[in-house]
Write a protein of this length. Structure first.
Length: 249
């Protein structure tokens, strides 16, 4: 009996070693997507926004399956958990912006899920089919003024995204104090709108999700490849509009 169990376990070990990490990741995400779609959204004040384009609209830079799982499983999960966290509390009556602005008073469940909801809602808008290239308008002028050139800005942003240890985000923000553009990064689902100790606060103009679920189906652990592809889908028109709004505020 022991010999048979040993042979069985050895065979499973060999088979497991032959299965690529990409196949295992895809199987895990497929299961996650099925479960997410079968689970009703928790009741509450927040809703999942539709993607502003089809799942495959950003290909070949970001694949359709990643977009589908990212939106329908991960983003839905943040919204549902946020609803569950705020229901029956004073936070139930607060807007998402109000929650972010009072985050130092909120519990961890609201911090993680309000951040996840806001960050992803922003992220879908800041990408577009046939995006990429370079910014125009006031944002282009400000990038040249504050960074020296677009190339220097993109180098700094790429460094922030690639250098973020573990999961998190890279941001281009309008600094609340100086009004200048700055590059920063945050861990997990934090963002620069949150009033947290040590946070570089500002209004996001551009953001990049560097959680592995944003890229590992296509790029596995090669985050630099994903960051490079992001520059081909940036919605500079949206980023410019957000810059103009931030400067008005």
């Amino acid at each position: 009996m022991l010999k048979r169990d040993f042979l069985k376990n050895s065979l499973l070990t060999v088979v497991g070693a032959l299965v690529s990490p990409a196949v295992l990741a895809a199987a895990h995400e497929e299961k996650l997507l099925r479960e997410a779609r079968a689970t009703p959204m928790a009741d509450g004040p927040f809703t999942l926004p539709d993607l502003p384009y089809a799942f495959n609209a950003l290909e070949p830079h970001i694949d359709a399956r990643t977009m589908e799982i990212h939106h329908d499983a991960h983003h839905k999960g943040y919204v549902s958990k946020l609803n569950a966290a705020v229901m029956g509390t004073p936070a139930e009556k607060m807007s998402l912006a109000q929650l972010l602005a009072s985050m130092n008073k909120q519990p961890e469940a609201i911090r993680n899920n309000a951040g996840g909801h806001w960050n992803h809602s922003f992220f879908w808008q800041i990408m577009a089919p046939k995006g990429g290239g370079q910014p125009t308008g006031n944002l282009a002028t400000a990038i040249t003024k504050d960074f020296g050139s677009f190339d220097k800005f993109s180098e700094e942003f790429t460094k922030a995204a690639s250098g973020r240890f573990g999961s998190g985000w890279a941001w281009l923000i309008v600094d609340k104090k100086s009004g200048k553009l700055m590059v920063t990064s945050t861990p997990n689902q934090d963002n620069p709108l949150m009033d947290l100790p040590g946070m570089q606060r500002g209004i996001p103009v551009l953001g990049l999700d560097v959680w592995e679920h944003a890229y590992y189906l296509k790029h596995q652990n090669k985050r630099p490849d994903y960051i490079k592809e992001f520059w081909s889908v940036v919605n500079w028109s949206e980023a410019n509009s957000r810059y103009d709004e931030a400067r008005k505020g």
